[in-house]
Design a protein around this ligand. Structure first.
Ligand SMILES: O=c1nc[nH]c2c1ncn2[C@H]1C[C@H](O)[C@@H](COP(=O)(O)OP(=O)(O)OP(=O)(O)O)O1
Ligand SMILES: [Mg+2]
Length: 197
């Protein structure tokens, strides 16, 4: 596999994947560069939405495609925002509004546990009967106010107790190896290596 379309329009994800693939012998091309439109994400599970995005990009380009469907899951909110993380604060999508809504919904709740979850799906073709699938997770705690300028999405509220920082205060070198996305990608690349044995 030489070229792989990245089925995402999220600038934060694109930055992280570009860095994660720097050491991998595959050229990752963001779908926007190939004129692929944004896919619908109508499903209630991460895996189904990731598969829909990967298929859409592969069908449009004729290339293998990688999709990431991810989100923040908060047990005290019944798992919300979950698969609706990107549009939690309403349309059009806005990280600032998503973070505001999250803080409002949590109020003064003392159970502020949360985790990020990501599913990666790689299809070799649009009708691939055997998509490669991997998942990753990272646990944290939600602050009462944002901290840090890095990362994207909910990172300024996502506190990592072991590191004493929010995900937005980590460098990409610090975030990528431990993130839900980094872990899922490591698992996916291991699967891919087995495939080509
Ligand atoms: O590492 C992360 N750090 C902070 N926030 C994150 C992270 N990973 C996912 N998230 C949040 C952002 C977005 O609110 C949602 C993903 O939604 P999701 O539909 O997968 O992505 P998206 O619509 O932004 O772009 P696209 O579908 O084109 O890949 O979870
Ligand atoms: Mg999306």
């Amino acid at each position: 596999m030489k070229q792989l379309v990245l089925a995402s329009n999220n600038a934060g994800k694109l930055r992280e994947f570009a860095r994660l693939f720097a050491q991998v012998d595959i050229e990752l091309v963001p779908q926007g560069q190939l004129g692929v439109s944004e896919a619908e994400e109508p499903h209630c599970t991460f895996i189904e939405n990731a598969l829909a995005k990967a298929r859409h990009a592969s069908r449009a380009t004729g290339l293998p495609a990688l999709a990431d469907d991810s989100g923040l899951c908060v047990p005290a909110l019944g798992g919300a925002p979950g698969v609706y993380s990107a549009r939690y604060g309403g349309e059009p999508k806005s990280d600032a509004r998503n973070n505001e809504k999250l803080l409002a919904e949590l109020g003064q709740s003392t159970d502020r546990r949360a985790f990020y979850y990501a599913v990666l799906v790689l299809v070799r073709s649009a009708d691939d009967p055997r998509p490669l699938i991997a998942e990753g997770r990272i646990d944290g705690v939600l602050l009462y106010a944002p901290r840090g300028e890095g990362g994207f999405g909910y990172d300024p509220l996502f506190w990592l107790p072991q590191l004493g920082k929010t995900a937005a205060e980590l460098t990409p070198e610090q975030k990528n190896p431990i993130s839900h996305r980094g872990r899922a990608l490591a698992a996916l690349l291991a699967r891919l290596a087995e495939e080509s044995l």
